[in-house]
Design a protein around this ligand. Structure first.
Ligand SMILES: Cc1cc2nc3c(=O)[nH]c(=O)nc-3n(C[C@H](O)[C@H](O)[C@H](O)COP(=O)(O)OP(=O)(O)OC[C@H]3O[C@@H](n4cnc5c(N)ncnc54)[C@H](O)[C@@H]3O)c2cc1C
Length: 303
């Protein structure tokens, strides 16, 4: 694999910023992570397609990063190329009559949720307060444990590396609690979401109530990735960890939050190794005490 060759081929040749050794701590909500050997901030579809084809030809592994709000990047960093989507991927149009929103993968989820509310379109309330981009939200099928964004997808455009663009209708994809049937190598480019006309004030009130609840139960003042583990059926991962008396447990700068045990927060200077130690400790304690094998929601990068 030749990161250097890829860097030389892409630098100045495509509509993108091409960076070497960019620290992932600057690009993740955890504020943790060593350097990415290569980073491409693609400003257009064409630049993205070209970057992926050069990286493939140079055998450089790559990954798409949204706002990095569900990613724990290793202290050693990532030896491949991290690709971010900007500019052309940040376009959004709302058709109030048709009750649809069409948005690029780089659009901030908060903007999408708020603009839909302002247009009197309901259906995205479950995503209020979730950081990240539309691409990240669709890839994770973000939402609550009972409602998720995938249910709103009318159609979805992806880039299939080596093949080109492909359009799915929403019901061709299986959507579930923090999972989808989308192949891991497909890059989400844009989506059209089908929403429902509703009273703007009622949508806003619902969003406010959900935000208040978040602020009551989640440690939102410290860096984190949100919930570390998926909730097992009919159980709460946070409660299971709490029952193991792990609330407040620390490792280096990381801590199992006292407010919400499914959050591991960075209290300052936490390393990825600190977080992984706590993930392991919580996982093993829940397995031993409750016989439940928790699975991680957070995506590990560079491990
Ligand atoms: C305080 C806090 C609260 C949170 N609360 C919630 C919550 O209530 N519900 C919830 O579901 N999540 C929650 N999260 C987690 C996170 O915000 C979501 O998973 C979010 O959707 C991730 O979006 P992102 O753009 O940051 O994606 P990233 O974290 O950058 O990436 C996540 C995954 O998506 C992939 N990806 C990103 N963009 C694309 C693309 N265009 N094409 C293909 N793959 C892509 C990445 O490769 C990675 O595997 C929370 C996080 C924090 C920090």
């Amino acid at each position: 694999m030749s990161v250097f060759n890829a860097y030389m081929s892409l630098s100045g040749a495509i509509d993108a910023e091409v960076l070497r050794d960019e620290r992932l701590s600057r690009r993740t909500s955890y504020r943790i992570g060593g350097p990415a050997a290569l980073m491409v901030v693609a400003h257009s579809y064409e630049a993205l397609a070209k970057a992926v084809s050069v990286l493939t030809a140079e055998h450089v592994e790559w990954v798409i990063l949204g706002k990095g709000s569900n990613v724990l990047a290793s202290d050693e960093g990532y030896r491949g190329c991290v690709i971010l989507l900007d500019d052309e991927f940040s376009r959004m149009t709302i058709d109030a009559e048709d009750a649809t929103v069409t948005a690029g993968a780089g659009v901030a989820l908060s903007r999408l949720v708020n603009d839909a509310m302002k247009a009197g379109l309901s259906g995205l309330e479950c995503c209020v307060g979730i950081p990240g981009t539309l691409g990240g939200a669709l890839s994770m099928d973000a939402g609550t444990r009972r409602e998720w964004i995938g249910r709103r997808v009318r159609d979805l455009v992806v880039l299939r590396p080596g093949e080109g663009m492909h359009r799915y209708s929403g019901d061709e994809v299986e959507w579930g609690y923090r999972c989808t049937s989308l192949p891991g190598n497909e890059i989400i480019l844009e989506a059209t979401l089908a929403l429902m006309p509703a009273e703007r004030a009622a949508i806003a009130a619902d969003m406010d109530a959900r935000l208040r609840r978040r602020r009551q139960v989640q440690p939102l003042t410290l860096p984190s990735c949100g919930s570390v583990f998926r909730n097992p059926p009919e159980r709460s991962a946070g409660m299971l960890i709490q029952a193991c008396d792990l609330a407040g447990t620390t490792c280096g700068g990381a801590q199992i939050s006292e407010e919400h045990c499914n959050f591991i927060v960075n209290r300052g200077g936490a390393t990825a190794a600190d977080v992984v130690t706590l993930i392991q400790r919580a996982h093993d304690a829940v397995l031993e005490r409750h016989g439940i094998d928790l699975s991680c929601e957070v995506k590990l990068l560079g491990f």
